[in-house]
Design a protein around this ligand. Sequence first.
Ligand code: CTP
Ligand code: MG
Length: 228
Amino acid sequence: MKAALLIPAAGMGLRLGWDGPKALVDLGGAPMLAVTLSRFAAADLTPPAVVTVPPGQAADFDRAVSALSPFPCAFVEGGAERQDSVLAGLESLPDFTELVVIHDAARPLVSPDTVRAVMDAARAHGAATVALPVTDTILQADGAECLAETPDRSRLWACQTPQAFRLDIILDAHRRARREGWRVTDDATLARRAGHSVRLVRGTQENLKVTTPFDLRLALRLRREERQ
Ligand code: CTP
Ligand code: MG
């Protein structure tokens, strides 16, 4: 099955509070997106990778990242929300694509082993996501910041990327979502809602999502550790 890579990178990083798109923030000498792309250097992927970018910024991204990327990238304008960006990216994938790996630019420390494991699971199963069993007890609040209920922690996993899918499955799920007005924050949830089974593949804590300034500090330290 020929596989392609899709990197949503069109967010503005409002919670990070940096003056520019989050994917281009410096992560120890290179833009975060370049670090993220480097994690896929050894994966069985056919170029180009499709990268969604904020409207009007394709040339800036190309300048900042292409020379550092292990393979050619096609920069495609994203949409208002992540889900819109992913659909735009899916519709721009190269014609050969049978399997797609979707990975957020904001998770620059994913390991090659995790990439391989989720791709293998999707090849065998049709749809798979990386996720991590939660260690905190999760509280569901009512609308007034009071405790409504406490779901059984032993069945809770925190969702990560990469997620990998047979292209027909994830395109069908996204198109249904557009028709029915489903709004979610990851793609595996859409595949599940469209009736597909999704395999969970155990991730790592290092594969954190850079969302807040604290996450960026942590990612910088982990990256420094890796390079020592
Ligand atoms: N993303 C995207 N298109 C959007 C919004 C987000 O491609 N319209 C991408 C981001 O670039 C990121 C991933 O989806 O790689 C996960 O999103 P998130 O961590 O929420 O990033 P931002 O939306 O940039 O951050 P914030 O929500 O704080 O503004
Ligand atoms: Mg966001």
